[in-house]
Design a protein around this ligand. Structure first.
Ligand SMILES: Nc1ncnc2c1ncn2[C@@H]1O[C@H](COP(=O)(O)OP(=O)(O)OP(=O)(O)O)[C@@H](O)[C@H]1O
Ligand SMILES: [Mg+2]
Length: 337
């Protein structure tokens, strides 16, 4: 009478079992849903059997579960704050993955626009343990031109298109890479590099914002400051003379901690030091260089220390940058001989 096959139902029953087992895996659930709702055979009549099948307890349970999941699905990521921004769509697409991954829930204000990136204050997802997070988003133009790119790439570990460190001739060939795809890959590795460096430093006890995640052109990290009141950079604050020496010593100690983690900041100054409630935090490791691969980077260490000394000299802190750098470098070489 009919060519309807019994094992079509059996297979579907199994699919329902699978659906229950794989609860939470959306793609699979959708695929299974498609499989179970499609007609087993196009021409097959599906009368009473089908009706009773849909009324079965398992099916009802599965449908209810599916409906509940749909209802509890996240609303789309559309921060109201971004609606008024010209580059709102770019910011939204740069952050949506952090939202999907339950790291942020909203974007609340711009912290600051730097030369290469803009930092936004986001409300953190409760599971992160933070109230706010800072998202540093590199601008699209970064994918076309990088400030000081050649200078700094020369001085640090290079990465090929697969993210492996390359040296010598291979390194030069990466530097010469000029087509768009390679260019984009280099910038992507640059941002990955910044995130990776910050992770190593954080774990090594250096006072840097805790990095949480990096996706594409964006880095998500601990936010320093209060809502609407981000930590100022050191060049905008007036310190108490009495606290200057201790802050200076603290920064020098952190520079040495960086070195112990095979990192020289390379662009350290009062512009990349945050000051919040008497505590200094080092930021912006985009140009961090690795002395292990490039022993010629000593001058960058000297320059970092010089800038810090210069800033604190206005508060009467006396220090000789060359001597400090030399002593630090000798200790580093001794430990890495
Ligand atoms: N974790 C943070 N918490 C609070 N504010 C931050 C944080 N990270 C960065 N900022 C603010 O954002 C600004 C820009 O950040 P950063 O220096 O990393 O980017 P940049 O584009 O390299 O900037 P610049 O070119 O000005 O150095 C900083 O000067 C600081 O005011
Ligand atoms: Mg900076």
């Amino acid at each position: 009478m009919t060519d309807y096959r019994e094992d079509d139902f059996l297979r579907e029953d199994q699919d329902f079992e699978d659906a229950l087992i794989y609860k939470g895996v959306n793609r699979q659930r959708k695929r299974l849903h498609v499989e179970v709702t499609k007609k087993p055979i196009a021409s097959a009549p599906k009368p009473t059997r089908k009706t009773s099948y849909e009324q079965s307890e398992d099916v009802q349970r599965w449908l209810t579960m599916h409906r509940e999941d749909e209802e509890s699905a996240k609303p789309p990521f559309n921060p109201a704050f971004l609606a008024s921004l010209r580059d709102g769509p770019w910011v939204r697409s740069s952050l949506v993955q952090f939202y999907e991954d339950d790291l942020i829930t909203d974007v609340v204000h711009v912290v600051k626009s730097g030369k290469e990136a803009t930092v936004y204050c986001c409300t953190a997802h409760p599971s992160t343990g933070f109230e706010y997070l800072a998202a540093k988003i590199y601008r699209p133009r970064m994918f076309r031109s990088l400030k000081n790119d050649a200078v700094y790439r020369f001085n640090r570990a290079q990465y090929d298109l697969d993210g492996n460190i390359v040296r010598g001739r291979q390194q030069r060939s990466v530097q010469k890479a000029s087509n768009e795809r390679k260019r984009a890959a280099q910038v992507a590795h640059w941002i990955e590099h910044e995130f990776a460096v910050q992770q190593v430093l954080y774990e090594g006890g250096v006072r840097v914002p805790r990095p949480l995640a990096q996706v594409g052109n964006s880095i998500l990290m601990e936010y320093i400051g209060d809502l609407g009141d981000p930590a100022p950079t050191l060049q905008t604050v007036t310190l108490e003379r009495a606290e200057a020496q201790a802050l200076f010593d603290d920064i020098i100690e952190n520079i040495e901690l960086c070195l112990a983690q095979q990192c020289i900041h390379g662009d350290l100054s009062a512009y990349n030091l945050l000051y919040w409630q008497g505590i200094i935090t080092l930021i912006d490791f985009a140009q961090g260089v690795d002395p292990h691969y490039n022993p010629d980077v000593y001058p960058l260490l000297v320059r970092d220390i010089e800038r810090v000394c210069q800033y604190f000299s206005h508060y009467g802190v006396q220090a000789r940058a060359e001597e400090l750098a030399h002593a630090m470098w000798q200790r580093y070489l001794g430990e890495n001989a």
